[in-house]
Write a protein that binds this ligand. Structure first.
Ligand SMILES: NC(=O)c1ccc[n+]([C@@H]2O[C@H](COP(=O)([O-])OP(=O)(O)OC[C@H]3O[C@@H](n4cnc5c(N)ncnc54)[C@H](O)[C@@H]3O)[C@@H](O)[C@H]2O)c1
Length: 336
């Protein structure tokens, strides 16, 4: 039985908890959160999520507010780190040094230097460090990558990606660029990372961003430049009205088909081939979170599942987003 602890029990910590709970062969035995009211606050928050299957069984959990004590006393094999982003590096490194496997939420860190320190700590330990870029595991996104990689529909001509919603209402730290990296590093990086997963590192990026009256960026759109002439654009925003809700979507134009996904539409996933009828491909069951956690658990167990994400790629996604932010600030394209 893999003994798992969750560090940071907010929105994503509870998500990790639910996924680990559903996985056979693993057990969440401890939680570390600095919030002294975490039990009451969790009950409130879980009650607000429509369809949340069950609350959290705090009776079965050892609760810690001190991370050093948690690492020393909880007798864990692995941790899920779902803390505000600026805390990812130090907390991940400490867990690796304590001999634990680490699944750390995206983005890896806010600077390349911190990413490098995390990679060094992983290299010096015999434990797994994986960054939770869940979109790589999202069934429709994973299936799309397969369809592009095997060349069945020919070359990609154009690809556009959107991720649009409201700013997270639950954590003040999101509004602080120094703690979250802002909309580009927190939200839009999902699509930046998927662009990298599909097409590799771009040669350059050109971005524009819009700022809210209070000053912070709320919307970014980037063109990713490759050596060939395909058009690749991703747009991320958290300035939508609450009534808009949330959209993650893409349209990928290939020589012999258009592949389209929009989580707000039914059917969400469509392949429209040049010859034949539009159809919705079969995809893996579950969602990006459950498949990602299953993948991490199998990696930790030494099952060697096909590699989906490396630390170098996780770092490169941070590198691309930093270039996007520089491009947007300086109104020029930035080479990578
Ligand atoms: N993969 C995804 O789809 C996705 C979605 C949302 C957020 N995230 C990422 O997950 C991470 C967490 O986001 P969130 O929305 O869960 O944030 P959150 O604010 O809801 O939760 C953070 C939790 O960490 C706790 N915390 C803060 N400082 C701490 C400390 N020093 N020690 C222990 N606990 C501490 C807070 O009390 C809080 O409970 C971020 O990096 C974010 O980018 C990923």
């Amino acid at each position: 039985m893999l003994r798992v602890g969750i560090v940071g029990f907010g929105f994503m910590g509870r998500m990790h908890y639910a996924q680990w709970k559903a996985l056979q062969g693993a057990e969440v035995t401890a939680v570390c959160d600095a919030n002294p009211n975490i039990v009451q606050d969790t009950k409130k928050a879980v009650g607000n999520i429509a369809g949340a299957a069950s609350g959290v069984d705090f009776e079965a959990l050892e609760l810690f507010s001190d991370y050093n004590k948690f690492l020393a006393e909880a007798k864990l094999d692995a941790v899920s780190i779902s803390l505000p982003t600026f805390l990812h590096p130090n907390f991940s490194i400490q867990a690796l040094e304590a001999g634990l496997h680490v699944l750390c939420e995206k983005p890896m860190a806010l600077t390349l230097d911190e990413c490098r320190k995390m990679m060094d700590a992983a290299a010096q330990s015999d434990k797994v460090l994986m960054i939770g870029h869940c979109v790589r595991f999202w069934p429709e996104y994973a299936e799309t990558r397969k369809m592009i990689a095997d060349g069945r529909y020919g070359r990609v001509i154009a690809a556009t990606f959107q991720r649009l919603g409201t700013a997270p209402a639950w954590g003040d730290w999101f509004k602080d660029d120094l703690r979250s990296g802002g909309v580009a590093m927190d939200l839009h990086i999902h699509d930046t990372d998927f662009v990298q997963y599909l097409f590799g590192m771009p040669r350059a990026v050109f971005s524009r961003q819009a700022k809210a009256p209070a000053g912070g960026a709320i919307h970014i759109a980037t063109q990713y430049m490759y050596d060939d002439d395909k058009v690749v654009v991703a747009e991320g925003g958290w300035g939508m009205t609450p009534a808009f809700g949330f959209e993650m979507s893409f349209n990928i134009v290939l020589e012999k088909a258009t592949i389209s996904y929009d989580c707000t539409r039914t059917p969400a996933f469509r392949v429209c081939p040049v010859d034949g009828e539009t159809f919705t491909p079969q995809v893996a069951s579950g969602d990006g979170y459950s498949i990602e956690i299953d993948h991490f658990a199998r990696t930790v167990a030494g099952e060697n599942p096909p590699q989906v994400i490396t630390l170098e790629e996780s770092r490169n996604s941070v590198k691309i987003v930093l270039a996007e932010k520089e491009s947007a600030e300086e109104h020029r394209s930035v080479e990578l």
